[in-house]
Design a protein around this ligand. Structure first.
Ligand SMILES: *Cc1c(COP(=O)(O)O)cnc(C)c1O
Length: 416
């Protein structure tokens, strides 16, 4: 069995020297990189499956996956092969020309979703930027100049560029960056009355994450999503689902909205779409997509052959028969194990989320638990200040789940 103990058994050499050189490397990082992240003191240099190694050779179980990005595990052989082959052919054509991998990935996304058309970009924030531009143009063409309001949820996360930031319903991210874009407002998740009073004739779109990720693994309930759909239909507004984190198999369904029966007009994807290669996608129905004409929107790198080749491999794995069913089985195994820990040590805190997007409230000991788990060889993170979040690769096996759970349990016992 692969365990942290026997993986690390091969690592000897002069531990102090290696440690010093890794600390020197981190200091060089502080010297040259802008101070926008507060990373723990490790440099990650290698990954395979559920495991990553730091530059001292130490192994960790990765239950963060770069925030739901490497969903098929690190260096998934099919993705590696697709990218290696593509590197030999062509990396970049720009969108001045057609590229066959982009067409192929577009086809796969259309075949497996409500959408008829796809626009490719490089990140989640950019996918949302595209969605807002499309929604506003659609509203202007069909309803006139004053229909441009965008309603989003409090506690949401839609990215760091200006429109995405303006849609993000968390003031801590807005601080010192105003003025934000005009026309954005926020309603409390699952509060029907608040949504009713926020959506009206001037609303161009409502955007929501079916399961909020950075906001702390909060699921939008079925009635609220239905109401959002009804209100959008009543006022000629578009419903946008940000599935950048919760989409692409994360919940055990290809898309999180497949858990319910409401279909959006626009959906944004990114994170897991190319298993680590930078990509974003904005999908829409024909009716909506037709608002965009040549010149309206563009991206130099968007959907380039290298990343869309990776994306094609990802979609093939995710949609292979039985893959997602198996994800659901292993995910409920993890959920049960986490619920036991929550019951025993956190007053029965409810383990929230679906599939391999799980979290529970641990109060103010969250950051300390994250640090101690890392010291014991398990990478997890804490969102919203108090929610432990678990985002293992969809390919994680039961032994790895058992080991992660036993590290967490030991760490919790030690603190409590
Ligand atoms: C991560 C994330 C984004 C932003 O994606 P970037 O690639 O970092 O720009 C947007 N929405 C959701 C739901 C996310 O989780």
């Amino acid at each position: 069995m692969t365990t942290i103990a026997n993986i690390n058994a091969g690592t000897n050499t002069n531990t102090n020297t290696i440690f010093d050189s890794s600390q020197n490397l981190i200091q060089s990082g502080r010297d040259v990189l802008m101070n926008t992240y507060s990373q723990p003191p490790i440099v990650v240099t290698k990954g395979r499956g559920t495991w990553v190694w730091d530059c001292t050779g130490r192994a960790y179980l990765d239950f963060v996956t770069g925030a739901a990005v490497t969903s098929l595990g690190h260096s998934h052989p099919r993705v590696v092969k697709a990218m290696e082959e593509q590197l030999q052919n062509i990396v970049h054509t720009s969108n001045l020309f057609w590229n066959e991998k982009q067409i192929a990935l577009g086809r796969k996304l259309v075949d497996h979703s409500f959408a008829d058309k796809v626009f490719f970009c490089n990140s989640g924030a950019e996918a949302n930027e595209g969605a807002f531009k499309l929604a506003r143009k659609f509203a202007k063409i069909h309803y006139g100049e004053s229909k441009y309001q965008i309603v989003s949820l409090k506690n949401s996360f839609h990215g760091r560029t200006y429109a995405a930031l303006s849609a993000t319903g968390q003031t801590k991210y807005h601080k010192n960056f105003d003025p934000l874009l005009p026309g954005f407002s926020y309603v409390e998740i699952n509060k029907a009355e608040a949504l009713r009073s926020a959506v009206g004739p001037e609303t161009a779109a409502v955007i929501l994450e079916p399961i909020q990720g950075e906001g702390g693994v909060h699921t939008v309930n079925a009635d609220f999503i239905k109401l959002a759909r009804q209100l959008c239909d009543a006022f000629g507004a578009l419903l946008i689902f940000d599935e950048i984190q919760c989409g692409l198999g994360r919940t055990g369904h290809l898309f999180a909205h497949h858990l319910g029966d409401v279909t959006p007009d626009i959906m944004t994807l990114a994170k897991a779409l190319a298993n680590g290669a930078p990509i974003g996608a904005m999908l829409a129905t024909d009716r909506v997509a037709s608002a965009f004409q040549p010149g309206d929107h563009a991206s130099t790198f968007g959907g380039n052959p290298l990343v869309t080749a990776a994306g094609c491999a990802v979609l093939d794995v995710l949609t292979a028969p039985g893959f997602l069913e198996d994800v659901c089985v292993r995910a409920s195994y993890l959920k049960n194990a986490l619920q036991k820990i929550a019951d025993a040590y956190f007053d029965g805190a409810h383990v929230r989320g679906s599939g391999f997007m799980l979290g529970f409230t641990v109060g103010d000991m969250g950051p300390d638990l994250v640090t101690r788990c890392r010291e014991q060889g398990l990478l997890i993170n804490c969102v919203g200040g108090s929610t432990l979040r678990f985002l293992p690769p969809l390919t994680v096996n039961r032994e790895e789940i058992d080991e992660a759970v036993s590290i967490l349990k030991a760490v919790v016992c030690e603190i409590k």
